[in-house]
Design a protein around this ligand. Structure first.
Ligand SMILES: Cc1ncc(COP(=O)(O)O)c(C=O)c1O
Length: 454
């Protein structure tokens, strides 16, 4: 059906008009949307059909790790398109084989096989399925303040309000609290105490749920959208130990935290912990072609040596996606992307955010590592009351909306969530552009300050 032309046609491009008439967008009330019509991008910038340019401080959805239109990545996709655009998952294919080998070479421990998916949700779904079949157990533990994807199992695993509309969800999922020292569920006063208490809490949950019933503990290694929650030293090792003690599969969801975001290939490398399964997507190829997957330990892969794995996808290991992953991993190596991520975190973003925290009364805490940072905003630094309530919408969210608008007016595309602004530009962003972006945030924060008390 063709929509009736509206007055919007007079002022907006055809792309905008068609979008409003026919495109149904994620997570949104459709009537309220006014999407930007993005017509191009390069490096850390993208632009719209009105000629507005934005410094991308969100890496789109924290996926464009090597920035936009990287010439070598674009060339690799074109090259693969000339050779072979699609092939069924049961064939072998050079692009897929090489992508799998390169990913396994980077992965920790005995993680040695890859099941490819089209994105993050399918990765967490399949990781959960593998853990259940490997252990013969059903329950899966996940944390509050997490996101694992929008499909049936993944949204039930999710510990944020996006789950609510899909409840009761799939059976067998239990939530626990992960560490978050600034808003500790355990009244901790420092990271060491938070680590100890969060692990004691998890051990209690295992006890009352019956550890022998639990197939997997699923964690975002560093929690992404729900706050850039960096676990205290010792926490992941503690979870690893509990999993080992009880024969539970440890699943690290690195869909957002992996592939350089935290200044390591995988965020778990920061603490030298090897999970049994790692879920990846986003940064593996910066989203140039949809791709995700599960990296599987030998022990779990062996479960399916003589027994079929009951899961699959028409596009598992899609050649265009896999060729782009190969190219992206090579770009990471050739251009020192991991080293640059560490440098940006340690020498540029960390110090600048510490200064911003000093200057603005609305900043309760800044935290992060690599190119994965949060500015947590509060009404009052002493009480830590959030600048806007948890899951605020409409007028209650106004201060954050004003802050985001202030950034956009100044040419920066921000990532905001609840009472936080995340600093997550492409990892390839230059020091100069990162500093320019942080200066814009610094200026725009005066809007948040106006809602905070001294
Ligand atoms: C940690 C984490 N897991 C899973 C997902 C779901 O990935 P996708 O949107 O590709 O399905 C996301 C998406 O933001 C994520 O951040």
């Amino acid at each position: 059906m063709t929509a009736t032309p509206t007055s919007a046609e007079a002022t907006h491009s055809q792309a905008y008009v068609d979008d409003r008439a026919h495109v149904f967008h994620s997570w949104s009330a459709q009537a309220a949307l006014e999407p930007l019509v993005v017509v191009g991008a390069e490096g850390s910038r993208f632009w719209d059909d009105q000629g507005n340019r934005y410094l991308d401080f969100a890496s789109q959805l924290v996926n464009a790790n090597i920035g936009h239109q990287h010439p070598k990545l674009v060339a690799a996709i074109k090259e693969q398109a000339d050779v072979l655009c699609t092939i069924a998952p049961f064939h072998a294919n050079p692009a897929r084989s090489e992508a799998a080998r390169l990913i396994c070479e980077l992965a920790p421990g005995d993680l040695d096989m890859v099941f490819f998916t089209n994105g993050g949700a399918e990765a967490t779904e399949n990781a959960m399925r593998m853990a259940r079949l490997h252990t013969g157990r059903h329950k899966v533990l996940t944390t509050y303040r997490s996101y694992h994807g929008g499909t049936a199992g993944a949204i039930t695993m999710t510990g944020d309000p996006r789950r609510w509309a899909s409840e009761p969800g799939t059976p067998g999922m239990v939530k626990f609290w992960g560490p978050y020292t600034y808003r500790s569920a355990f009244y901790s006063s420092d990271d060491a105490q938070e680590c100890e208490r969060a692990l004691a809490h998890l051990a209690d949950v295992l006890m009352v749920e019956g550890a022998q019933n639990i197939a997997a503990i699923v964690l975002e290694t560093v929690v992404g959208t729900n706050g850039i929650l960096v676990p205290p030293d010792g926490y992941l090792q503690g979870v690893r130990d509990l999993c080992d003690e009880h024969g539970i599969v440890m699943i690290a969801d690195e869909v957002m935290a992996g592939f350089g975001r935290c200044g390591e290939w995988f965020a778990v490398d920061h603490w030298d912990v090897a999970p049994d399964l790692i879920c990846f997507a986003k940064g593996v190829n910066s989203g140039y072609v949809p791709l995700g997957g599960v990296i599987i330990s030998r022990r779990i892969a062996d479960t399916f040596a003589d027994r079929p794995y009951p899961g699959g996808l028409t596009y598992s290991g899609h050649p265009l996606a896999c060729a782009s992953a190969v190219a992206s991993i090579n770009i990471f190596k050739e251009e020192g992307i991991i080293e640059h991520a560490r440098h940006l975190g340690t020498d540029v973003i960390g110090p600048a955010l510490a200064e911003i925290a000093e200057r603005h009364r609305s900043v309760g805490e800044v935290r992060g590592l690599g190119v994965f940072w949060a500015i947590e905003l509060v009404k009052d630094r002493r009480t830590r009351e959030p600048l806007v309530p948890y899951n605020a919408a409409g007028p209650a969210a106004a201060p954050m909306n004003e802050l985001a608008a202030g950034c956009k007016q100044r040419g920066l595309w921000p990532f905001t969530h609840f009472n936080r602004m995340h600093v997550v530009p492409p990892i390839t962003t230059t020091d100069e552009d990162v500093r320019a972006g942080l200066a814009i945030i610094d200026e725009a924060l005066s809007v948040a300050d106006a809602h905070a008390t001294d």
